[in-house]
Design a protein around this ligand. Structure first.
Ligand code: ATP
Length: 334
């Protein structure tokens, strides 16, 4: 009997790895896992710098077991990341293919978000280069995984900051609007709001009613609070934290309001233990998936099991915040 798995295995000799789109904590742990597990399977590994742009510009670095020493605890990505305009063009992808072909790379592990997977799928259709994706984005907005790499660290960073804001808000009886990341998704705002005991959480997925927000702040349960924190997702359909604070000031001038935009601190910092372990699990799964012949799938974690989901599903299906968490936030905010 022909052993197809063994044939595919022998065809795979050399993998390339890149990080693309926005960086997220845990990418380095994943790079380490990919490099070391690939080497353990006697594969050669090339690091591709600055995402797809590095393929186009031949910005490559040979990886060995030691090249990924001492990075598991570091935020960011040692391979750097970029958004490559050139890779959107057929000419850019053609250049990328000829560069990786001359090096002998026959499959890729791509760590990034939905755009990164779209690019990888396009590339496989045109040039047959297989790839497996790892969800590297703090937004947690990809279908096919319960958690994306970096989400846990980002929410812990934001909660830590809000705990500090709460101290000063308490001392001055202030109402703070704290904006967290999430242009299209309220996962970060919801988790951060729940964990920091926010009085209200404004998400892109729910309709924000400023009158109802003011009524809720003034309601019996909240009236005697010495501080109020409203967590606002940057993508909230009613506007970000500055806009909301302005609206609330008009309706409720009795509040001493302040605004804090947490911004890029949410992307940085040492990855949490959860993200290091997630990066390790998904990195090893990506290599093992390539060895077994898979392509055009993302390795994710569903119910604590590694699952491979087609790119097409990951980029088209939605991964909305859990309505049960929204209910809990509402119940516990009064
Ligand atoms: P994040 O969630 O952090 O934004 P992302 O992977 O979605 O991460 P994008 O900027 O959307 O980030 O995509 C990363 C890169 O993937 C793009 O800069 C581009 O080089 C490539 N890419 C995205 N979509 C396509 C496409 N349709 N065809 C070719 N390349 C693409």
């Amino acid at each position: 009997m022909v052993n197809l798995a063994a044939i595919k295995r022998t065809l795979l000799k050399h993998i390339g790895i890149l990080t693309s789109g926005g960086d997220s904590p845990g990418m380095n742990a994943c790079i380490r896992a990919v490099v070391r597990s690939a080497i353990a399977s006697e594969l050669q590994v090339t690091g591709i710098m600055r995402g797809y742009q590095g393929m186009i510009e031949s910005d490559f670095v040979q990886m060995d077991g030691r090249s990924v020493s001492n990075i598991v605890q570091r935020g960011g990505t040692i391979l750097k990341s970029a958004r490559s305009k050139d890779f959107f063009s057929a000419a850019g992808r053609s250049k990328a293919f000829s560069n990786i072909q001359s090096l002998g790379i026959d499959a890729l592990v791509v760590i990034g978000g939905d755009g990164t997977f779209r690019g990888a799928e396009e590339f496989r259709k045109e040039y047959g280069i297989r790839s497996i994706g790892v969800p590297g984005t703090i937004d947690n907005d990809l279908a096919g995984t319960d958690y994306t790499l970096g989400f846990d660290t980002a929410i812990n960073t934001a909660v830590d900051s809000i705990d500090k804001i709460r101290d000063t808000a308490n001392s001055h009886d202030r109402l703070f609007f704290v904006e967290v990341m999430g242009r299209h998704s309220g996962h970060i705002a919801l988790s951060v709001g729940l964990a920091s005991g926010a009085e209200s959480i404004l998400l892109p997925e729910t309709v924000t009613d400023v009158n109802a927000l003011v009524a809720s702040l003034r309601s019996g349960g909240n009236r005697n609070k010495s501080s109020n924190i409203v967590v606002v997702s940057e993508g909230d359909e009613a506007g970000g934290a500055f806009k909301m604070a302005e609206e609330v000031r008009k309706l409720a001038p009795e509040y001493d309001t302040r605004v804090t935009v947490l911004g890029h601190i949410q992307r940085g910092g040492a990855p949490s233990a959860f993200d290091r372990i997630l990066g390790t699990r998904l990195g090893v799964a990506a290599v093992e998936g390539l060895i077994s012949g898979k392509s055009d799938v993302m390795a994710g974690l569903i119910n604590n099991q590694v699952v491979f989901t087609p790119y097409a599903t990951c980029v088209s299906a939605s991964h909305a915040p859990d309505p049960e968490l929204i209910r809990l936030a509402y119940l516990t905010s009064i």
